[in-house]
Design a protein around this ligand. Structure first.
Ligand code: R5P
Length: 282
C-alpha cells in the first residue's frame, strides 16, 4: 500500500506510514501564479493507495480532490479525512440552504473513507463508499492520565459531548460529568457541573472541536468561579479559528490538548496509531 499525505496532513501521514513500516510517497504541492493549486504524486507505481488529508480549508478539499484524481489508475483508493470541514452543515437548517456536508461527500470518489470523530455521524451516509468513523477518545484519555493531574475530572461543556467525555474517561478510570445550564428567569442562567463538585479539582473540558473558543471560554470562567483548580481543554480537532487561542488563555486555561487531525502546536496526541490500525484491518 502507498501512503499519500496531502498538504494539510503531512506530519500525520508520515506518522501513519511509520506505524505501517511504509515509506511515505513524496508529492509536490505548489501554486500557479494565479493562486490555483498544483499537486503531483512523484511515484509512478500503480498500487493500492491511502490518501490522508484533512479538509480544514476549501483549498485542502481541492488538494484532496486532485490527489484522488491523480490516483485514478490505482486498484483501490482509501481516503482518510481526519478532520472533515463542513461536517457541522449536515442538514438544512433553513429552506433554500444546501446540505454542504453532503455536497462535499458526493465529490469524494473512493473505495473506502475514514474520518476521525466526525462532528455528525449521519454525514457518513452521504459518501458513495463504505465510510467509517474512528474514535480518538481513548488516545486523549491516555494522554490526560499521563499528566498526573490533581483529582482530575473530565467535563463535557454540554450534553452533545457527553459520549466523548465518557469514552475518554472510561479506559483510564477517570471520572466524567457534563455542564448543565439552568434558566431561572429571562436573564438569569446558572451553569454547573451536573453531578460532581469541581472544587479544588483539575478539570479537563472536552469537546470534539474548538472553533472560535466561545463555548470553552465560557466554561473555563465558570468552572474557575466554582473553585476548580487548573482547567485544561481537550479536543480532537483544534480548529482554533481567529483569536481562539488568545481568548482561551485570557479565560484562564492552563493548557490545550489536541490531536493531529489538524496540525497545530497544540496537537500533542497523534491519531496515527488509530488510522494505522484501521488500515491494517481492511
Ligand atoms: C458544536 O456542536 C461543537 O461540538 C463545538 O461545541 C463547537 O463547534 C465549538 O465551537 P466554538 O469553539 O466556536 O464555540
Amino acid at each position: 500500500m502507498k501512503i499519500i499525505g496531502g498538504p494539510a496532513s503531512q506530519a500525520l501521514s508520515s506518522r501513519v506510514a511509520r506505524e505501517l513500516n511504509i515509506e511515505p510517497t513524496v508529492c509536490d504541492f505548489t501554486k500557479f501564479p494565479d493562486g490555483e493549486l498544483y499537486s503531483r504524486i512523484l511515484d509512478e507505481d500503480v498500487d493500492e493507495v491511502t490518501i490522508i488529508q484533512s479538509t480544514t480549508t476549501d483549498s485542502d478539499l481541492v488538494a484532496l480532490l486532485q490527489l484522488i484524481d491523480a490516483c485514478e489508475d490505482s486498484p483501490v483508493i482509501n481516503v482518510v479525512i481526519p478532520y472533515m470541514g463542513y461536517a457541522r452543515q449536515d442538514k438544512k437548517f433553513k429552506s433554500g440552504e444546501p446540505i454542504t456536508a453532503r455536497a462535499i461527500a458526493r465529490t469524494i470518489n473512493a473505495d473506502r473513507i475514514f474520518t476521525v470523530n466526525i462532528h455528525e455521524s449521519s454525514v457518513l451516509n452521504y459518501f458513495n463508499a463504505d465510510a467509517f468513523d474512528l474514535d480518538a477518545s481513548r488516545l486523549l484519555g491516555y494522554h490526560i492520565r499521563s499528566l498526573n493531574l490533581c483529582n482530575p475530572l473530565i467535563v463535557s461543556p454540554d450534553k452533545g459531548a457527553i459520549a466523548l467525555a465518557e469514552n475518554t474517561a472510561a479506559d483510564v478510570g477517570l471520572e466524567y460529568d457534563y455542564l448543565e445550564k439552568t434558566r431561572h428567569s429571562g436573564d438569569s442562567v446558572t451553569i454547573k457541573a451536573k453531578n460532581v463538585d469541581v472544587m479544588n479539582r483539575d478539570i479537563i473540558i472536552i469537546d470534539d472541536m474548538i472553533a472560535t473558543g466561545g463555548t470553552m471560554a465560557e466554561s473555563i470562567k465558570l468552572l474557575k468561579s466554582q473553585g476548580a483548580k487548573d482547567v485544561y481543554l481537550a479536543c480532537v480537532h483544534p480548529v482554533l479559528a481567529r483569536n481562539a487561542v488568545l481568548r482561551l488563555y485570557n479565560a484562564g486555561v492552563k493548557d490545550i490538548i489536541a490531536t493531529d487531525t489538524i496540525e497545530k502546536v497544540q496537537s500533542c496526541v497523534s491519531v496515527a496509531p488509530l488510522i494505522a490500525n484501521a488500515l491494517r484491518s481492511i
